[in-house]
Design a protein around this ligand. Sequence first.
Ligand code: NAD
Length: 355
Amino acid sequence: MKVLEYMERYDYEQLSVYTDRSVGLRAFIAIHDTTLGPALGGTRIWPHPTEEDALSDVLRLARAMTYKNAAAGLNLGGGKALIIADASKDKTETMMRAYGQFVESLGGRYVTTEDVGSTTQDMEWIAQETSHVTGLPVNQGGSGDPSQMTGFGVYQGMKACAKEIWGSDSLQGRVIAMQGYGKVASYLTEHLLKERVQVIVADVSPRALERARKQGLRIVEDPQSIFDVECDIFAPCALGGAINSKTIPRLKGKLVAGCANNQLLEEGDADALQKRGILYAPDFIINAGGVINLSFEIDRPYDEEAAREKTARIYDTMERVIFTAKKEEITTAKAADRLAEERINSVKKVRKIYI
Ligand code: NAD
C-alpha cells in the first residue's frame, strides 16, 4: 500500500504511529477530516497479520467515521485507532494506559471510544492518561458501551428499508440471516425478537454461538454458509468487506442491513447489489447510534432519553437516502455519501467572524 498516495487521494489529514515495546503496544491513529469537529472513532484491537492489513483497516475506518458523523448531523470529524494485538490475550492495563498517552499527545484532535476488541474497562484505563475518551462506564458519568444504542439505530434503519421494500415497516415474520453475533448483533436481536422475527446466526466464536443458542436462535454451523441461507434480510454484523463480488451472487434476501463498518469491499459492490434488486442500507447511516450516543457524553452531562430520540431519527435519515437514490437514479451508497459530503462542504462555507 502506498500510504501517502492513498491519504492524498482521499484527503486524510494525519496518520500517527506509536510503539512501546515494554508494554507490547503497536498502534496507529488515523485522522481523516476535522472540518466538523474533533475526530471521533473507536479503538480497534485486532491481531492483523501484516502492517499493510492494519494500515488499510485503520485508514478505511477513519474515513468512514467522517461520513458517519457528518451524516448523523454531529459536530464531530472522523478518525480511528488500531492496536495490533489479540484483545483476549495481549491486553493489559499498562498497554491501555500507554495508549492513553498516545491519544493525549494528539491534544484533542482525536477522541477515542470502544470498538471491536475494546471495552468500557479499557476506556477507564485510557481515561487515567487522557480526557479525550468517551464511552466511560455509567457509574463514572459516561454513557457506557455504545453497542446498545447502535443496535437500536440499526433496527430503526432496517424498519425504514422494510417500508420501502414491503410497504410496511413491520418486520414481523421476516427471516434475518446474521453474520456475527457480537455485542451490537445481540442488542439488535432483542428488538427483532420482540417483533417475532426469525434470526439465524453464524459466528466464528464458540462463546458467541453459545449465547445465541441460549436465546433459542437457529445457528448455521459453517460460518461461510450464512450467505446461502434463505432469508428476507442479510445482516452483516461481523467485520468489514463481507459484501463483495463473491458473496453478492449468493445472497437470497431483498435487503442488506447490519451494523458492521465498511460492509462493501469495493465501491462497485453497491451497483452489483442494486442490479440484483437488493436494497442496501448504507452501514454508516444505520450504525450511527453509538456515535450519536457518545456525542451526548462529550462536553455535557449524558442524557440517555435525548440520545435515544436522536438515534430514532436514523429511520428518517434512511428514508431520505432512499428518496435521494431514487430521485437521482444512484445507489443508496452514493446517496449516503452525498448527504455527508454536502454537510461537510456546507459547514466549510460558514463564515468565520471575530466574536
Ligand atoms: P463484537 O466483537 O462484539 O462482535 C463481532 C462478532 O463477529 C464476534 O462475535 C466475532 O466472533 C464475529 N465474527 C468475526 N468474524 C466473523 C466471521 N467471518 N463470520 C462470522 N462471525 C464473525 O463487535 P461489535 O461491537 O458487535 O461490532 C460489530 C461490527 O459493528 C463491527 O464491524 C464494528 O466495527 C461495527 N460497529 C460497532 C459499533 C458499536 O457500537 N459497537 C458501532 C458501529 C459499528
